[in-house]
Design a protein around this ligand. Structure first.
Ligand code: SAH
Length: 334
């Protein structure tokens, strides 16, 4: 487990790893963190004082520092956090009829370099620890019913910490969020998908497909040169075999690039007969990028061509505060 500066962050630990006695106290401490959102050991008032100071000596409790919170006209919120080493990451809170979803970052920056996305434009700084991923959820200030790993970063490129986060947030003694209420979005890291499949966790897998043919996909997503579409879909098939979870494919629709009826038909024939849901996401503008969303008519036409597939157009949330898909970390100070 990577250490943050100095002591180990207790937010990264499972109850059994919290090295204190008597053993029953571990569960209690874990609940103070994951369930009650304690910000300090002193707050854990039902622990003996000696135990609290022992904890403080042994561990840090790295509460991320809320540097800024923006609230969109549609109720979406975006929080910018300062981490222990001064890195900055963002979290979005999306409000739906059924409650909030918290959209978490797994890395500071991103290595993938997708042409249309803001998250990689300023490079990659480092992986987040499980405690840093969890901290975004614990201290976000709203009750959430879903956690989506769709903020900055490629979660499967930070595999161990991401999986640890999923197990922490779903731990019955902590937040106890159903694993089915966790979605993980990947650009298409095939070995990562296969590794995740082996774990058999019923996480909803979202795959950023964005193009129905290798030529277009190579052009916008470098990962495709390593793992072309056929390999990606094969891995998705294995994921379904192991988890029985239908795959959600994201398709960011971009004017003149991947929005033609021919491409829609190709997409349909690629996914027809597989357990898939397609989420078409109108491109959210990113300053300095030469892309834009197609007009409504083009999107409607594209959707018509997907007849037979389960497909929906994703509502854009939070674009006025640059919290929408692909807009995080577009601001240089982050
Ligand atoms: N690295 C992971 C997690 C990021 S999820 C992944 O690639 O899936 C964020 C989603 O938003 C991805 O599907 C990403 O491709 C998409 N996205 C990126 N830039 C976007 C933009 N400008 N408009 C709409 N969606 C975008």
């Amino acid at each position: 487990m990577p250490h943050e500066e100095g002591q180990l962050n207790i937010l990264s630990l499972f109850p059994g790893e919290i090295d204190v006695l008597p053993v029953y106290r571990r569960k209690q401490i874990f609940a103070w963190l994951g369930k009650k959102g304690a910000r300090s050991f002193e707050e854990m008032t039902d622990l003996p004082k000696t135990l609290r100071s022992e904890l403080a000596e042994r561990y840090s409790l790295s509460v991320p520092k809320e540097l800024e919170r923006q609230i969109s006209a549609d109720g979406t919120q975006k929080i910018m956090w300062g981490l222990v080493d001064g890195e900055r990451v963002e979290t979005a809170l999306m409000r739906y009829k059924h409650g909030y979803s918290v959209c978490l970052s797994t890395q500071a920056g991103c290595r993938q370099g997708c042409a249309f996305c803001a998250s990689g434009s300023h490079g990659f700084s480092r992986n987040l620890t499980a405690g840093e991923i969890l901290g975004q959820a614990i201290y976000c200030g709203v009750e959430y019913g879903h956690a989506v790993l769709m903020g900055t970063g490629e979660p499967l490129d930070n595999f161990d910490e991401t999986v640890r986060f999923i197990k922490l947030v779903s731990h019955p003694d902590g937040r106890n969020l159903g694993v089915r209420h966790v979605s993980l979005s990947t650009c298409g890291d095939v070995p990562g998908i296969l590794k995740l499949a082996e774990l058999g966790l019923p996480v909803t897998l979202s795959v950023s497909l964005h193009a129905p043919d290798d030529e277009t996909r190579n052009h916008i997503m470098p990962v495709n040169r390593k793992y072309p579409i056929s390999q990606l879909l094969e891995a998705c098939g294995k994921y379904f075999e192991k988890t029985a979870r239908r795959i959600s494919y994201e398709y960011v629709i971009i004017d003149g690039l991947n929005d033609s009826p021919v491409q829609a038909r190709r997409l349909a024939s690629l996914l027809r007969g597989t357990p898939a849901h397609v989420n078409v996401i109108p491109y959210n503008p990113v300053p300095g990028k030469p892309f834009r969303a197609p007009g409504q008519d083009t999107i409607r036409r594209f959707m018509r061509e997907l007849a037979g597939l389960q497909a929906t157009v994703r509502r854009t949330l939070g674009s006025d505060i640059m919290a929408a898909c692909g807009q995080m970390r577009s601001n240089r100070q982050c």
